[in-house]
Design a binder for this molecule. Structure first.
Ligand SMILES: [Zn+2]
Length: 276
């Protein structure tokens, strides 16, 4: 199994919204904001190459954002297709796309605009999976931010018959599991991959950055912050006890590493770079 972190584009969000109830004097010490109070987010996606298959977890925000969106969110960097191409992986090479949830910064790269300006699946040979409850919540626009569920990112997947809806924790293929965490969205899921001695977790938005290791450090976007906190702490305990590798989906500086228990349910990390 070979793991790589692949960016689906960089953007900026208000620092306060990334840290929820934590007062600014505390979070700005570990994550200094720019002059507009924004902090830089990457959209770190996970590429798993395993048994001759290419599995992609999340897709960044894609190439369908308007100029207005791009300016509001300070978007820069490469799309997921560009980042994959830079490491010699084509859109056609991807066999499976697992979406943690359907917010635009995770599902935007799942589709792309074709020559006629229609949104089509960005990975033509891939099966896509997401939780059924997340799909239904996306259709009902059940969120704290009205612009976060954008049908052009996921409707075409269903229309083209390439989307599988999962109901609860599922072993998708050998050594690749999803577990529903709730918290950020009702049916947000994390992804665990295992092969030999290597175990890695993609926590999605319940643990977006290395600055979110402490229990109350959760995003204001979360629908159910308490559930985020309990799911996150459970994952950190397991990761520290069992030596799991971790991916931070929005950290612009450290995208992967190992969790280190510091006692009293506190955790630190050691950066571990996956294959280039
Ligand atoms: Zn996100």
């Amino acid at each position: 199994m070979e793991l790589s972190v692949v960016s689906g584009g960089v953007f900026k969000l208000d620092g306060g919204s990334m840290f929820g109830i934590v007062p600014k004097p505390l979070w700005q010490k570990i994550c200094p904001p720019d002059e507009k109070n924004r902090i830089t987010n990457d959209t770190n996606c996970l590429l798993v190459r395993k048994d001759g298959r290419n599995i992609l977890v999340d897709t960044g925000y894609g190439d369908k954002m308007t100029d207005r969106d791009r300016s509001i969110y300070g978007m820069s960097g490469s799309t997921i297709l560009e980042s994959l191409a830079a490491r010699g992986v084509s859109a056609e090479d991807i066999d499976l796309v697992i979406l943690s949830h359907l917010h635009f910064d995770h599902a935007g790269g799942a589709t792309r605009m074709d020559e006629e300006g229609r949104a089509v699946p960005a990975f033509p040979n891939a099966r896509y999976v997401v939780q059924k409850g997340e799909w239904e919540d996306a259709l009902n626009d059940y969120g704290t931010m009205k612009t976060t569920y954008r049908p052009e990112n996921y409707r075409p997947l269903m229309d083209q018959g390439v989307l599988t809806l999962l109901e609860g924790d599922t072993e998708i293929e050998e050594g690749v599991r999803v577990e529903v965490t709730g918290g950020h969205t009702r049916y947000h899921q994390l992804v665990k991959v295992e092969s030999g001695d290597t175990r890695a977790a993609y926590a999605g938005d319940i643990l977006p950055m290395t600055t979110h290791l402490r229990a109350p450090y959760n995003m204001a976007y979360d629908l159910f912050p308490y559930d985020t906190m309990t799911a996150k702490m459970g994952l950190l305990r397991q990761a520290a006890d069992e030596g799991w590798l971790m991916v931070w989906d929005h950290d612009a500086n450290v995208s992967s590493g190992r969790i280190i228990g510091e006692g009293d349910d506190r955790y630190g990390f050691e950066a571990v770079r996956f294959s280039p």
